[in-house]
Design a protein around this ligand. Structure first.
Ligand code: 1OR
Length: 309
Protein backbone atom coordinates (compact mmCIF):
# COMPACT_ATOMS: atom_id res chain seq x y z
CA UNK A 1 0.00 0.00 0.00
CA UNK A 2 2.81 2.39 0.88
CA UNK A 3 4.39 1.58 -2.46
CA UNK A 4 1.18 2.26 -4.32
CA UNK A 5 0.94 5.58 -2.58
CA UNK A 6 4.48 6.47 -3.56
CA UNK A 7 3.82 5.51 -7.16
CA UNK A 8 0.63 7.48 -7.57
CA UNK A 9 2.27 10.43 -5.87
CA UNK A 10 4.95 10.35 -8.52
CA UNK A 11 2.54 9.98 -11.43
CA UNK A 12 0.41 12.89 -10.37
CA UNK A 13 3.18 14.84 -8.69
CA UNK A 14 1.99 16.55 -5.51
CA UNK A 15 1.29 20.11 -6.47
CA UNK A 16 0.08 23.17 -4.75
CA UNK A 17 -2.73 24.48 -6.86
CA UNK A 18 -2.29 27.94 -5.30
CA UNK A 19 0.91 28.38 -7.28
CA UNK A 20 -1.01 28.27 -10.55
CA UNK A 21 -3.64 30.81 -9.63
CA UNK A 22 -3.51 34.12 -11.45
CA UNK A 23 -6.10 36.85 -10.84
CA UNK A 24 -8.59 37.42 -13.66
CA UNK A 25 -10.64 40.45 -14.56
CA UNK A 26 -14.38 40.05 -15.19
CA UNK A 27 -13.68 40.59 -18.88
CA UNK A 28 -11.15 37.75 -18.90
CA UNK A 29 -13.53 35.45 -17.05
CA UNK A 30 -16.16 36.14 -19.69
CA UNK A 31 -13.66 35.32 -22.45
CA UNK A 32 -12.77 32.02 -20.80
CA UNK A 33 -16.44 31.15 -20.34
CA UNK A 34 -16.99 31.82 -24.04
CA UNK A 35 -13.90 29.84 -25.06
CA UNK A 36 -14.81 26.70 -23.08
CA UNK A 37 -18.50 26.77 -24.00
CA UNK A 38 -18.02 24.57 -27.05
CA UNK A 39 -15.45 22.27 -25.47
CA UNK A 40 -16.77 18.88 -24.63
CA UNK A 41 -14.27 18.44 -21.81
CA UNK A 42 -15.78 21.29 -19.84
CA UNK A 43 -19.43 20.32 -20.06
CA UNK A 44 -21.16 19.37 -16.85
CA UNK A 45 -18.24 20.13 -14.55
CA UNK A 46 -19.16 21.15 -11.02
CA UNK A 47 -19.32 24.88 -10.20
CA UNK A 48 -16.34 24.57 -7.85
CA UNK A 49 -14.21 22.80 -10.48
CA UNK A 50 -15.22 25.50 -12.95
CA UNK A 51 -14.20 28.25 -10.54
CA UNK A 52 -10.88 26.52 -9.98
CA UNK A 53 -10.20 26.09 -13.70
CA UNK A 54 -10.93 29.76 -14.36
CA UNK A 55 -8.53 30.86 -11.67
CA UNK A 56 -5.63 28.75 -12.98
CA UNK A 57 -6.00 29.38 -16.73
CA UNK A 58 -2.95 31.12 -18.13
CA UNK A 59 -3.28 33.69 -20.87
CA UNK A 60 -0.85 32.99 -23.74
CA UNK A 61 -0.42 35.54 -26.52
CA UNK A 62 1.13 34.38 -29.78
CA UNK A 63 2.55 36.02 -32.91
CA UNK A 64 2.18 34.59 -36.40
CA UNK A 65 4.75 31.81 -36.81
CA UNK A 66 5.08 30.96 -33.10
CA UNK A 67 5.31 27.28 -32.26
CA UNK A 68 2.87 26.46 -29.47
CA UNK A 69 3.58 22.72 -29.48
CA UNK A 70 6.49 20.85 -31.01
CA UNK A 71 5.93 17.27 -32.17
CA UNK A 72 7.90 14.79 -30.05
CA UNK A 73 8.17 17.02 -26.98
CA UNK A 74 6.82 16.08 -23.59
CA UNK A 75 3.37 17.57 -22.93
CA UNK A 76 3.08 20.25 -20.29
CA UNK A 77 -0.09 22.15 -21.17
CA UNK A 78 -3.53 21.89 -22.70
CA UNK A 79 -4.73 24.84 -24.80
CA UNK A 80 -8.06 26.41 -25.66
CA UNK A 81 -8.20 28.89 -28.53
CA UNK A 82 -9.46 32.34 -27.54
CA UNK A 83 -8.78 33.75 -30.99
CA UNK A 84 -6.48 33.21 -33.97
CA UNK A 85 -5.64 30.53 -36.48
CA UNK A 86 -3.49 27.50 -35.61
CA UNK A 87 -2.02 24.89 -37.93
CA UNK A 88 -1.59 21.24 -37.00
CA UNK A 89 1.47 19.80 -38.74
CA UNK A 90 2.83 16.26 -38.68
CA UNK A 91 6.22 15.04 -39.75
CA UNK A 92 6.76 11.34 -40.50
CA UNK A 93 9.77 9.43 -39.14
CA UNK A 94 11.25 8.89 -42.61
CA UNK A 95 11.18 12.61 -43.40
CA UNK A 96 12.90 13.33 -40.10
CA UNK A 97 15.73 10.93 -40.87
CA UNK A 98 16.18 12.42 -44.33
CA UNK A 99 15.90 16.12 -43.63
CA UNK A 100 16.22 16.60 -39.89
CA UNK A 101 13.38 18.45 -38.19
CA UNK A 102 11.40 20.23 -40.85
CA UNK A 103 11.46 23.99 -40.49
CA UNK A 104 7.75 24.21 -41.33
CA UNK A 105 6.76 21.38 -38.97
CA UNK A 106 5.77 18.95 -41.71
CA UNK A 107 2.54 18.10 -43.48
CA UNK A 108 -0.45 20.33 -42.73
CA UNK A 109 -3.22 18.00 -41.49
CA UNK A 110 -5.66 20.43 -39.96
CA UNK A 111 -6.23 24.11 -39.16
CA UNK A 112 -8.02 25.34 -36.03
CA UNK A 113 -9.98 28.55 -36.53
CA UNK A 114 -11.41 30.26 -33.49
CA UNK A 115 -14.64 31.73 -34.83
CA UNK A 116 -17.57 30.54 -32.75
CA UNK A 117 -16.21 27.09 -31.98
CA UNK A 118 -13.09 27.84 -29.87
CA UNK A 119 -11.26 24.57 -30.44
CA UNK A 120 -8.79 23.05 -27.99
CA UNK A 121 -5.68 20.95 -28.44
CA UNK A 122 -2.75 19.34 -26.66
CA UNK A 123 -4.79 16.85 -24.64
CA UNK A 124 -3.32 13.63 -26.07
CA UNK A 125 0.16 13.90 -24.55
CA UNK A 126 -1.37 14.76 -21.18
CA UNK A 127 -3.92 11.96 -21.19
CA UNK A 128 -1.67 9.15 -22.35
CA UNK A 129 1.77 10.41 -21.30
CA UNK A 130 2.95 10.12 -24.91
CA UNK A 131 5.15 12.57 -26.85
CA UNK A 132 3.31 15.37 -28.65
CA UNK A 133 1.65 13.77 -31.71
CA UNK A 134 1.81 16.90 -33.86
CA UNK A 135 3.19 20.43 -33.96
CA UNK A 136 0.87 23.38 -33.51
CA UNK A 137 1.96 26.62 -35.16
CA UNK A 138 0.21 29.99 -35.05
CA UNK A 139 -0.85 31.06 -38.55
CA UNK A 140 -1.96 34.49 -37.31
CA UNK A 141 -1.54 36.55 -34.15
CA UNK A 142 -3.79 35.12 -31.48
CA UNK A 143 -4.49 34.24 -27.88
CA UNK A 144 -4.83 30.97 -26.04
CA UNK A 145 -5.88 29.86 -22.58
CA UNK A 146 -3.53 27.23 -21.19
CA UNK A 147 -4.05 24.72 -18.42
CA UNK A 148 -1.10 23.13 -16.69
CA UNK A 149 -0.79 19.35 -17.05
CA UNK A 150 -1.35 18.70 -13.33
CA UNK A 151 -4.55 20.69 -13.22
CA UNK A 152 -5.78 19.11 -16.45
CA UNK A 153 -5.24 15.61 -15.10
CA UNK A 154 -6.64 16.32 -11.69
CA UNK A 155 -9.75 18.23 -12.69
CA UNK A 156 -10.68 17.09 -16.18
CA UNK A 157 -9.58 13.46 -16.18
CA UNK A 158 -11.35 11.49 -13.57
CA UNK A 159 -10.37 7.88 -13.83
CA UNK A 160 -12.59 6.28 -11.21
CA UNK A 161 -14.37 3.20 -12.45
CA UNK A 162 -12.07 2.83 -15.45
CA UNK A 163 -11.98 -0.96 -15.23
CA UNK A 164 -15.78 -1.35 -15.09
CA UNK A 165 -16.06 1.09 -17.95
CA UNK A 166 -13.63 -0.89 -20.09
CA UNK A 167 -15.55 -4.06 -19.27
CA UNK A 168 -18.78 -2.45 -20.51
CA UNK A 169 -17.13 -1.04 -23.64
CA UNK A 170 -15.88 -4.51 -24.59
CA UNK A 171 -19.46 -5.78 -24.75
CA UNK A 172 -20.58 -3.23 -27.34
CA UNK A 173 -21.04 -4.73 -30.78
CA UNK A 174 -19.75 -1.79 -32.84
CA UNK A 175 -16.63 -1.55 -30.63
CA UNK A 176 -15.81 -5.27 -30.91
CA UNK A 177 -12.97 -4.65 -33.39
CA UNK A 178 -11.05 -2.33 -31.03
CA UNK A 179 -7.99 -3.72 -29.30
CA UNK A 180 -7.41 -3.41 -25.55
CA UNK A 181 -5.35 -0.28 -25.92
CA UNK A 182 -8.03 1.43 -28.00
CA UNK A 183 -10.71 0.44 -25.50
CA UNK A 184 -8.55 1.95 -22.78
CA UNK A 185 -8.19 5.16 -24.77
CA UNK A 186 -11.93 5.37 -25.29
CA UNK A 187 -12.53 4.87 -21.55
CA UNK A 188 -10.01 7.60 -20.78
CA UNK A 189 -11.51 10.17 -23.10
CA UNK A 190 -14.98 9.75 -21.56
CA UNK A 191 -16.11 12.33 -19.04
CA UNK A 192 -18.65 12.12 -16.26
CA UNK A 193 -21.98 13.87 -16.49
CA UNK A 194 -24.80 14.04 -13.94
CA UNK A 195 -28.52 14.22 -14.59
CA UNK A 196 -31.37 14.84 -12.17
CA UNK A 197 -34.66 12.99 -11.97
CA UNK A 198 -36.87 13.63 -15.00
CA UNK A 199 -34.10 15.05 -17.15
CA UNK A 200 -33.80 13.69 -20.70
CA UNK A 201 -30.34 12.37 -21.47
CA UNK A 202 -31.19 11.72 -25.12
CA UNK A 203 -34.41 12.56 -26.95
CA UNK A 204 -36.14 10.46 -29.58
CA UNK A 205 -36.05 12.22 -32.97
CA UNK A 206 -33.13 14.50 -32.08
CA UNK A 207 -29.80 14.04 -33.79
CA UNK A 208 -27.24 13.30 -31.11
CA UNK A 209 -23.49 12.95 -31.22
CA UNK A 210 -22.81 11.43 -27.80
CA UNK A 211 -22.68 7.93 -26.41
CA UNK A 212 -23.42 7.10 -22.74
CA UNK A 213 -22.68 4.44 -20.13
CA UNK A 214 -24.65 4.59 -16.86
CA UNK A 215 -22.32 4.66 -13.86
CA UNK A 216 -24.96 4.98 -11.15
CA UNK A 217 -28.72 5.33 -10.95
CA UNK A 218 -31.61 4.10 -13.08
CA UNK A 219 -33.07 5.47 -16.29
CA UNK A 220 -36.18 4.81 -18.37
CA UNK A 221 -35.66 4.01 -22.01
CA UNK A 222 -38.82 5.10 -23.84
CA UNK A 223 -39.64 4.56 -27.51
CA UNK A 224 -42.82 6.21 -28.74
CA UNK A 225 -44.43 3.83 -31.18
CA UNK A 226 -47.58 4.04 -33.27
CA UNK A 227 -49.16 1.56 -30.87
CA UNK A 228 -48.35 3.18 -27.52
CA UNK A 229 -45.03 3.38 -25.70
CA UNK A 230 -42.30 0.87 -25.21
CA UNK A 231 -40.55 1.17 -21.83
CA UNK A 232 -37.48 -0.44 -20.33
CA UNK A 233 -35.44 0.27 -17.21
CA UNK A 234 -31.72 0.84 -17.71
CA UNK A 235 -29.28 0.55 -14.83
CA UNK A 236 -25.62 0.68 -13.88
CA UNK A 237 -23.29 -0.42 -16.70
CA UNK A 238 -26.04 -0.32 -19.31
CA UNK A 239 -25.18 1.83 -22.32
CA UNK A 240 -27.02 3.69 -25.07
CA UNK A 241 -26.54 6.03 -28.01
CA UNK A 242 -23.44 4.23 -29.30
CA UNK A 243 -24.49 4.47 -32.97
CA UNK A 244 -23.85 8.24 -32.69
CA UNK A 245 -20.14 7.31 -32.68
CA UNK A 246 -20.56 6.02 -36.22
CA UNK A 247 -23.00 8.41 -37.88
CA UNK A 248 -25.17 11.42 -37.15
CA UNK A 249 -28.74 10.10 -37.10
CA UNK A 250 -31.89 10.72 -35.11
CA UNK A 251 -32.24 8.86 -31.83
CA UNK A 252 -34.80 6.09 -32.06
CA UNK A 253 -35.71 6.33 -28.36
CA UNK A 254 -35.47 8.69 -25.39
CA UNK A 255 -33.65 8.02 -22.14
CA UNK A 256 -34.87 9.85 -19.03
CA UNK A 257 -33.21 9.91 -15.59
CA UNK A 258 -35.40 8.04 -13.11
CA UNK A 259 -33.28 8.16 -9.94
CA UNK A 260 -32.79 11.42 -8.03
CA UNK A 261 -29.34 11.51 -9.56
CA UNK A 262 -27.94 9.59 -12.53
CA UNK A 263 -24.24 9.60 -13.33
CA UNK A 264 -23.06 8.66 -16.81
CA UNK A 265 -19.75 8.41 -18.59
CA UNK A 266 -19.98 9.97 -22.01
CA UNK A 267 -18.04 10.83 -25.14
CA UNK A 268 -19.00 12.58 -28.37
CA UNK A 269 -18.04 11.51 -31.88
CA UNK A 270 -15.50 14.31 -32.45
CA UNK A 271 -13.60 13.47 -29.27
CA UNK A 272 -13.80 9.76 -30.04
CA UNK A 273 -12.39 10.34 -33.54
CA UNK A 274 -9.58 12.62 -32.42
CA UNK A 275 -8.61 9.95 -29.89
CA UNK A 276 -8.65 6.71 -31.91
CA UNK A 277 -9.78 7.74 -35.40
CA UNK A 278 -12.95 7.19 -37.38
CA UNK A 279 -14.82 4.13 -36.20
CA UNK A 280 -16.10 3.17 -39.67
CA UNK A 281 -12.50 3.19 -40.96
CA UNK A 282 -11.37 0.97 -38.09
CA UNK A 283 -14.25 -1.42 -38.73
CA UNK A 284 -13.53 -1.50 -42.48
CA UNK A 285 -9.81 -2.09 -41.90
CA UNK A 286 -10.61 -4.88 -39.45
CA UNK A 287 -12.92 -6.52 -41.98
CA UNK A 288 -10.30 -6.23 -44.72
CA UNK A 289 -7.73 -7.98 -42.52
CA UNK A 290 -10.19 -10.74 -41.66
CA UNK A 291 -11.04 -11.27 -45.32
CA UNK A 292 -7.36 -11.47 -46.18
CA UNK A 293 -6.78 -14.05 -43.49
CA UNK A 294 -9.74 -16.14 -44.54
CA UNK A 295 -8.78 -16.11 -48.23
CA UNK A 296 -5.21 -17.07 -47.24
CA UNK A 297 -6.74 -20.11 -45.63
CA UNK A 298 -8.53 -20.73 -48.94
CA UNK A 299 -11.72 -21.88 -47.37
CA UNK A 300 -10.12 -24.95 -45.81
CA UNK A 301 -9.63 -23.41 -42.38
CA UNK A 302 -12.03 -22.91 -39.49
CA UNK A 303 -15.06 -20.66 -39.96
CA UNK A 304 -14.47 -16.92 -39.61
CA UNK A 305 -16.12 -16.81 -36.21
CA UNK A 306 -13.50 -19.20 -34.85
CA UNK A 307 -10.75 -16.80 -35.87
CA UNK A 308 -12.01 -14.08 -33.56
CA UNK A 309 -9.84 -13.56 -30.53
P1 1OR B 1 -0.87 16.39 -28.33
O1 1OR B 1 -0.78 16.56 -26.86
O2 1OR B 1 -0.32 15.16 -28.92
C1 1OR B 1 -0.49 17.89 -30.40
O3 1OR B 1 -0.17 17.65 -29.04
C2 1OR B 1 -1.98 18.05 -30.54
O4 1OR B 1 -2.46 18.23 -31.84
C3 1OR B 1 -2.65 16.76 -30.11
O5 1OR B 1 -2.42 16.55 -28.74
C4 1OR B 1 -4.07 17.02 -30.57
O6 1OR B 1 -4.77 17.79 -29.62
C5 1OR B 1 -3.85 17.90 -31.81
N1 1OR B 1 -3.27 13.79 -34.93
C6 1OR B 1 -2.70 14.06 -33.74
N2 1OR B 1 -2.92 15.18 -33.02
C7 1OR B 1 -3.77 16.06 -33.54
C8 1OR B 1 -4.38 15.84 -34.79
C9 1OR B 1 -4.10 14.65 -35.50
N3 1OR B 1 -5.17 16.90 -35.03
C10 1OR B 1 -5.06 17.72 -33.98
N4 1OR B 1 -4.21 17.25 -33.07
N5 1OR B 1 -4.64 14.34 -36.74
C11 1OR B 1 -5.45 15.26 -37.52
C12 1OR B 1 -6.93 15.01 -37.34
C13 1OR B 1 -7.76 16.06 -38.03
C14 1OR B 1 -4.42 13.03 -37.32
C15 1OR B 1 -3.51 13.11 -38.54
C16 1OR B 1 -3.16 11.77 -39.09
Amino acid sequence: NAMMKARSAKEDAPFDIQQYITPKTEHEKARIAEAIKASFLFQHITPSARELLFSVMEKVRVKEGDWVIKQGDEGDRFYIVDNGKFEVRIQGDEEKVKNGTNADGGRLVHTYNSGSSHPSFGELALMYSTPRAASIIAASPGQLWALHRNVFRKVLMRRSGRKELMHTLRKIEILKCLNVQQIQQVADCMTEVTFVKGESIIKQGEVGDSFYVIKSGNCQKVAKKMMGNNKLTLQENDYFGESALLIAESRTFSVVAESEEVKCATVDRATFESTIGKLNHIIAEDKRRRDERSSALSGAGPPLSALKK
